[in-house]
Design a protein around this ligand. Sequence first.
Ligand code: ABU
Length: 541
Amino acid sequence: MEEKAQTLALSLHLSADRSSKHLEYSKWKRSPYKHQSNVICSFLRLDLLPAKNGEEVTKHFLQELLNILLAYISKSLNRSSKVLDFHHPHQLKEGLEGFSLELQDQPDNLEQLLVDCQDTLKYGVKTAHPCFFNQLSTGLDIIGLAGEWVTSTANTNIFTYEIAPVFILMEDIIFKKMHSIIGWSEKEGDGIFCPGGTMSNLYSVLLARYHFFPRVKTAGMLALPPLALLTSTHSHFSIKKSAAVLGIGSESVFLVKCDERGKMIPKELESSIRTAKSKGLVPFYVNATAGTTVYGAIDPLNDIADICERFGLWMHVDAAWGGGLLLSKRHRMKLQGIDRASSITWNPHKMMGVPLQCSVILVQKKGLLQECNQLCAEYLFQPDKHYDVSYDTGDKSIQCGRHVDIFKLWLMWKAKGSEGFESQVNHCLENAEYLYYKLKSRKDFQLVFQSQPEHSNVCFWYLPTSVRNMPPGPERDRELHMVAPKIKAKMMEEGMTMIGYQPLGDKVNFFRCVFSNPATQKEDVDFLLDEITRLGRELYS
Ligand code: ABU
């Protein structure tokens, strides 16, 4: 509460008489007492622009908001502050220290709105914190944040050049850059920004299906034979989801076996293709993953491309997570063969640290996105406009309205150059290597697989002494399965760090640590291990 009072010391205060507010505000601005928090001003949303003389109040309100945001950012990066202040859903619903989620008929004043903004951040999770390891998207790039602010201020849609001229050209520039990084020729390549990797993967299935069966767009499912898709057992669930959404059916997705590191086995792919055919299905699409969600495994792209070529199949590469590695001379070799893909998902909001959300689907065949999705709505895409309407790119999308996700990426690229992204990626993988070698040397931890990770995912178990002393077998597995959830629960209650866990295949619950935050240093990795050990000892002593 004290913190709130300090941050809001200069903020707006409520008065009963709304008609005198502007006068009151200008008097308050000139007042020698303006730094005292007991000066009463009363302002509501209607006093902000576009209200007459609303500039001052608007400026003051936004400056106060900026102070709140700056305080939050500093706190997020302060290692001695918590990553989260956890409360159960019922506690937040009931309201905490005056923070209420309920909505009333009467408007709240601007001071209350500022307090609400502050509380929303307070009870959220500081994903920029150097000890937040829970998700693939972490960190907070200040230039990216500035980009998002500019984007929100511009508040435009990105379907036509006429309302988003600069953003549309920026998209074009970034797509060309990404195509050249992938290794596609200048004549090839297209793309569209999507709301997340799942949507990018959905596009890939949609495009592949249209490429082979263009009648599907108008005739629907009647134009299709029974189809089959192939993807690895470690791949993202969005491939199955896409099959379900597109009416192909999740049962038509064949899950191809992986090796112990989570990489698709090419021979198994071939055999799954033959199995699908023998069942009367028509395989048309293979998803290869460059950076699986849990292990960070990269499928053998060239081998998969050979098989796709031989069977005449569409090859998609889900590089939502791994795409960022292409920016590093040290690591890009791991994605050799990606240039042979027909389509690629790449999430700059993951490894490249662009603020959420920023995801693309890149397509090798120019024009396919447009052909597949265009419906030529006459109120948006008039062909007789006075400019080159090929820049009205919105009809490539399955959406109509789209958030502008390009600007923050473009601005970050300007600020860092490709070299800045490269060192960011290298730094994250160095952290992963550091953790890997630390774990290798410890008896109270066990790596899920022994070889060095290809990406920045490091998967491991914490072994309490009681578990360490048990012989391998189902009883030990049962015990070990409970360790990560118990530690995670206590970790969240205490709030100093955050890491994810999951079971996978025949492996019981294990921790997955991922690095994508440039703010994370080796001391944070040490802290994570110390915390897990401390919490583990407390729970299992
Ligand atoms: N598949 C999207 C994000 C997954 C993760 O952050 O763990």
